[in-house]
Every structure is written in C-alpha cells, then in structure tokens.
Design a protein around this ligand. Structure first.
Ligand code: ZN
Ligand code: ZN
Ligand code: FE
Length: 755
C-alpha cells in the first residue's frame, strides 16, 4: 500500500545493513533495488516483510537478480507515472498516539491543530482523486507545504516522510464555524472552542468529518436529542454516540475485551454494545434498544470537540431521512440548514463520501470476533482475495438496499463503500460516481458485469446500460453463500442457510429462508422456509401486522381472529381484507422470507404493527430475548427439508394466550429457528456428503440467532463459516457476485448466466 511509511522503512533498513540502491512507488506497489554482499541482501529480504510498519501489509515479495552497478548510498525516488495502477490506496485511519500527543501539547507547533496527521494515520481513501497516491492527486493539492512541513515530508527519518496530507497551522487547511445562513461565527482555533460551547448549551451542529458530515448534539440532553430526531425525520432508528475515550465509553456501555479492541481498532467503527444500566443518555438516542452504538474520535477535530465539550456526543449521519450523507460544504449548508443550528466546516475537501462503519461482536466457533454490519470508512478500499481469479476484469453491481459494488482483476477484489438504497436518486448518482472512481483508481475496465436476477433492481438496470460487456446474472442467495465462502478463501461445495428479507428466486417468487447446496459456480435449493403470502407485496415489509395475518392464515386457516396485541392498532375491516389477500393470493406473492417470519412474530407479540426501517421489528424482537430461556417451540422439518413454521406460529399464539411474556416468546422462537436450521443443515449436509455450513443473509445480523445456530451446528459436528470481512446483509452481495462470475468465467467457456 502507498502512503503507509513503507519506503522510509526500506530506506532505514538499507542504511542499517549498509546496502546501496533505491526504492520507489510504482503503479503496482513498491519497486526497490539493493546492492551488496549475498548474505546481507538475504537478511534484508527476510526483515523486509517481518518488520514492516503498522499500516503496511506485505502481500508478497518478488525478486530478480541484477548485475551489480557499484552504486553508493540509498535513495528514495519519486513515484513512477503510468503503468497499471493496481497498488491499493489505504483506508482512512484514526489519529495515532504520536499525533494525539502533539495535538494536546501546548509546546508543539501543531497544538490543537485539527488536521495533524502522519504516515501512520490520517485521511487516505476519502481524499484521493487518483493514483499513484501522491499529494497532487489528493484534495490536499491546493495547499502548498511551508518550509518546515516540506522538510518533514522530505526527511526519510521523519514520521511525516511522504505523508501526503501533511500540514500545519501555517500552511494547511483551517476550520470555520458558520451559522445556518453561512455567516462566519468563528475561525481558527476559536472555531472548535465556540462549537463546543454551543454543543454544551444544547445546540445541534453539523460537523465535517473524514467521509462526510455528522449531526452532533449532547448525548445527555433530552430536548436537544429529541429536536435532532424530529428535524432529521429519523423516527425510530438509533443514533450513534461518540465518547471521548475508553473510560467515557465504559461509562455508557458494558464492553468486553473483544468489544474494546474493536472500538479502538484503527478503522474506528461504530460498535453496538449493551447499554450500561444508569448510563447518562437521553431516551431519544436509542428508543427501545438495549444496545448503544458507540465510537471513539477518529480525526483530530473530533478529539478537540470531545475534549472541549467533555460529554459524549450524538454523532449521527449528516442527512435527512434516507438521503445519503452530505459531504461538501455547499451540500451540507443546503440540505442540513433546517436541522443544524451551526456548521463546523473546513477547507480540506472530501473527495469520496464514506459513512461510518458499523460492527458488533459475536461468539462463533469458540471465539468472540467482529461481525460487520456496514463496511465503509476505515475498511474501504482494502482489497479482498478471490479464491478463483477472474480471467478478465469484472464489475459486480450488488443488490439494491444496502448497496455496494465490487471490482475485480485477477485474484483481487475491491468492494466499494456502503452506498445505501439505490431507489433514492442521489444515492444512485453516488453509486455511479463510485463505480467510475474505483474503475480509475484500480485501472479496471470491466469485460463482465455481474448482477442480481431481480429484473427491477436499479443495479440490474445499471448493468444492462453498460456497453460491450458480458452480463452474468447471479441468484441473490447464491451470491450471499459465495461471498462467505470466498472471503474465507474457499470454493465449496457447502451447505448454506441463507436468511434475509427478500431476494428474487429462480422460480419468480420472493425467497429469503433458503437452504442451498453449492459452490462458487452454482447451487441448488435443497430446502426452505414454509412459503406464505406477502399480502400487499412491499407494504408487508413496512407493516409487520400484515405478516402476522399471512402466517395466521397459513397456520390456522382463512379468516383468522385479530390477535389481542394488535386489536387497538389494526382496523378490523383492514385485517379481514388483508386476510382475504393472503387466502386468495391476490396481490400477495409467495415468500419464504425469514425476515418476514420475524416480523410476524414481533407483531404477534405486539412489538410493532408498523416499522420505519427494514428489519426494525426483528431487531427489537432480538433485543427482547430472555437469555435464561433455553426451551423452544416446535418447528418441524418435512422430508423435502421445508421448515414448517406453521406449528411454531400456533405454539406462539397459544403461549401468548396463556400469558407468556414477550421475552419468553422471543427466546423460544429464536431457539426454535436456530435448532431447526441446524437440524435441516445437518440433514442436507448428510445427503450431499458435505461437512461445511455457511450462515449468512441479513437475518444473521441477529446475534442470538447466529450464535445459537452456529453452536447447534458445531454440536452436530459440522464446520461453520460466517461472514467476517463483509457484512452478512446485502452489503456482501457484490463481492459474492464477483466470486461467482470470476469462477464461471474461469471454468466454463459459456454460458455464464444461470442460477
Ligand atoms: Zn499520526
Ligand atoms: Zn506547514
Ligand atoms: Fe439479501
């Protein structure tokens, strides 16, 4: 990777070993020549990979022997232009300890300078306009370094040697605080101080970060948080919090070692963790959630704000409702003027929008490790390997919600940042721009474009627009299975239990509770959840009571009674009408969706008749699970490996009628689905002579379900693979499509498109 201090490290190592030669970045990585005695050159090569600096990952070292030229000294040469630039740009990295010390040292020339960074930290991906990674191809191009900064930049022994965003108060970017009309309130060091005073007094601020704007306010200020929620029109979705340091985070949430490590990782994701009893957090931060989303400061400006306010802040994405986050000053002033009281801006442009990443810790396979829910800032654009190399460059366009894209060349794949719901016009534009940017950065001109089989996805429409490419359709749940296999370097075959909200099935119905058997090139559907009606189509995903109705029709027959928990929320005439749709199948396609089964159970418990975001009912049902309840409802398996949840629904109705609590029902339901899923996978694995099971799909963001299913599979002697480097939700689809398309192109001449 470029800009991670690798060349100066090579320089120091060569000097130490008294070797002559040079090192330079070229478009494919680092190219170096050393000259000296055989044994010393061998020692140099050994230490090259072993002692590389923290952000450098040495993938492989290729060597060739050259005739000695009698060179003296060791030089770091300028980057070579041209070539095929597949040397990756590093992800944005949180401020390092050395820079942090300078930030708070009154004697340092960068004391309280909000843009302090060095080779080991700072912005990368979000400021890059092109490759090779040099200052003139970043958004720092407009700032000429002062003599002192230039001296640091030129000194191979300095921590800032070739640190492209290097800057200081004399020569670099600066901060301004402006009001909603754009009039300046403060500038320079007075800006963060004034911003902190405004925050302490209860104001809502728009704050420019690394990958876009945040909306910030005090986390403990009920009126401020309630006002932010109202102005943002975000209804129920939890807000993320930023705590000053680990101690402040521990006052808000119970964090174990794995969660603390994740919180402090250089990527600085938002970590979902159990809220501490008595945590001083306004109720409006995360209504109805036992978890909080926490992160630590990752830019110097955040560190200053958190130090000056001395209270945890809400730091939620700078957008209204479902729009993408604002990332230019003009855009923020335009779109957030009705939300923010003031704007903390700066003049270092963000070239690429990148949301905060989100993760939680899960216990799978005997270890507690991260599960990514959204992969963006801090992780992108790190590359992933493909187990079967793509014989030609390819693009995979992903799904539609939680959209990402993926480019691949040879055995390398680059997954783009989380883009969001493509049905929003601005998001779709962002998707197009992102694909173009990545194509330039990694010099990929796709000859194949892989897409979902759903004909109406805007990503599929985009794929059809591309000219002079071969299209490869990949079934949605096969892509989920392939993504998980491929990130673990495996090709299959394996069994996949793929549970999500919806994906286009090869029979034209809506799939989402699938048992698959297959590998990277293809798969067969070997089982599924009992199919029920989706009354009103897409409306059913926003109105879980409709799914309760559909499941009652399936489980108890037409004209089900309106359940007690829904009596004051659903109008009886509407209930009867929807029951009619479910019974007749009119305006009610069939679905095997596991996500919709969760909706039905949540609605029966009275949690939500209607939701404001996809998956909300399932998230709240998981949150209610009583950890002490180990028994389960019946969930029988048919000979054809159909998970017959009708009996589960009947048991839930009876349990609720007998006065069971939501916590008990939620636990027994999770246990039932985990046990039945593991049982079905075991049967499928036995029939196919397989021993590996993949658990993926958005429903497996559910920690209780994931952990319990994985544990049951392991007890049955099966090997379990779960997503780690990519989310189990549709954020992983593009990479899965790429893995499938690469495999098909590498192994079969034609045709490439089939489920
Ligand atoms: Zn640093
Ligand atoms: Zn300077
Ligand atoms: Fe999916």
């Amino acid at each position: 990777m470029q800009g991670v201090g690798f060349r100066p490290f090579v320089h120091r190592l060569a000097l130490e070993l008294e070797l002559a030669g040079h090192v330079r970045n070229d478009a494919r990585g680092v190219l170096l020549e050393v000259e000296g005695p055989d044994g010393v050159v061998a020692r140099f090569l050994e230490r090259l990979a072993a002692e590389a600096p923290p952000l450098a990952a040495v993938e492989r070292v290729l060597t060739a022997e050259l005739a000695p030229r009698g060179e003296r000294g060791f030089a770091i040469l300028a980057s070579a232009p041209g070539g095929s630039p597949d040397a990756p740009v590093a992800p944005d990295t949180a401020t390092c300890d050395a820079c942090l010390t300078e930030l708070f040292d009154p004697a340092d020339r960068r004391y309280r300078y909000p843009f302090v960074n060095c080779t080991n930290c700072g912005p990368r991906f979000t400021i890059v306009r092109g490759v090779p990674y040099d200052r003139q191809l970043t958004t720092m191009a407009g700032f000429a370094m002062c003599a002192r900064c230039q001296a640091e930049y030129d000194d191979p022994g300095d921590r800032r040697f070739h640190a492209q965003p290097n800057a200081c108060p004399a020569c670099g970017p600066s901060v301004r605080l402006v009001d909603a009309a754009g009039s300046e309130l403060a500038r320079g060091d007075e800006a963060p101080r004034a911003a902190a005073r405004a925050l302490r007094a209860g104001s809502i601020l728009a704050v420019k970060g690394l990958g876009g704007f945040h909306l910030a306010c005090r986390a403990d200020d009920e009126p401020a948080v309630a006002a932010l929620r109202a102005r943002k029109r975000r209804e129920d979705r939890p807000f993320a919090l930023m705590a000053r340091d680990v101690a402040a985070a521990l006052a808000l949430a119970e964090l174990d070692d794995a969660e603390l490590a994740l919180l402090q990782a250089r990527a600085r994701p938002i970590v979902l963790a159990r809220r501490r009893a008595g945590a001083e957090v306004a109720a409006a931060v995360a209504p109805a959630s036992p978890d909080l989303g926490l992160m630590l400061p990752y830019s110097p400006l955040h560190h200053l704000l958190l130090a000056d306010t001395a209270v945890p802040l809400v730091m939620t994405s700078g957008n209204a409702s479902d729009e993408p986050i604002a990332y230019t000053d003009a855009d923020a002033l335009h779109r957030l003027d009705a939300i923010a009281d003031a704007f903390l801006l700066h003049d270092r442009p963000i070239h690429t929008r990148a949301d905060d990443s989100v993760a939680r810790v899960v216990a799978v396979g005997g270890r507690r490790r991260p599960l990514l829910l959204r992969r963006s800032r801090g992780y992108v654009p790190a590359d992933l390997a493909l187990p079967i190399a793509a014989p030609v460059p390819l693009l995979a366009v992903g799904a539609e919600l939680k959209s990402t894209f993926c480019l691949a060349k040879g055995a390398r794949a680059w997954v783009g940042q989380h883009i969001g719901d493509l049905r929003n016009y601005e998001t779709l534009r962002s998707f197009r721009a992102g694909v173009e940017h990545f194509e330039r950065l990694f010099a990929v001109t796709p000859a194949i474009v892989a897409h979902d089989l759903h004909p109406d996805y805007l990503s599929s429409a985009y794929a059809r627009e591309r000219e002079a490419v071969e299209l490869v359709g990949v079934q949605h749940h096969h892509a989920h299975l392939a993504a998980c296999l491929a990130e673990h370097g495996e090709t299959g075959p394996a069994i996949g239990a793929i549970y999500d909200g919806a994906g286009h099935g090869t029979d034209g119905t809506v799939w989402g509770g699938e048992l698959l058997a297959g590998d990277l090139s293809g798969c067969a559907r070997v089982g599924h959840l009992w199919p029920v009606a989706l009354p009103g189509g897409d409306r059913a995903a926003r109105e879980p009571w409709r799914m309760a109705c559909a499941w009652l029709v399936a489980a108890t027959g037409p004209e089900p009674e309106l359940p007690p928990a829904l009596r004051d929320r659903v109008e009886p005439g509407l209930w009867r009408a929807v029951a009619g749709l479910a019974t007749s199948g009119f305006a009610a396609p069939q679905t095997t969706s596991a996500g919709r089964l969760f909706d039905a159970v949540a609605a029966l418990c009275g949690l939500h008749a209607r939701v404001t975001y996809e998956g909300q009912a399932a998230i709240e049902l998981e949150a209610r699970v009583d950890p002490g309840t180990r028994d389960a409802y019946p969930l029988p398996l048919t000979e054809e490996l159909v998970l017959d949840a009708r009996e589960t629904i009947r048991a839930i109705v009876a349990d609720l009628a007998a006065g069971a609590s939501t916590a008990t029902v939620a636990a027994r339901f999770h246990n039932a689905l985990a046990t039945a899923t593991a049982g079905a996978c075991a049967v499928a694995a036995g029939r196919g002579g397989l021993e590996t099971v993949v658990l993926s799909g958005g429903v497996f963001q559910n920690r209780a379900l994931l952990e319990r299913t994985a544990a049951a599979l392991e007890r049955a002697g099966l090997r379990v693979l779960t997503p780690e480097r990519l989310p189990p939700n549709d954020g992983g689809i593009a990479y899965g499509q790429a893995a499938v398309a690469a495999t098909r192109a590498a192994t079969s001449p034609a045709p490439l498109s089939s489920p």
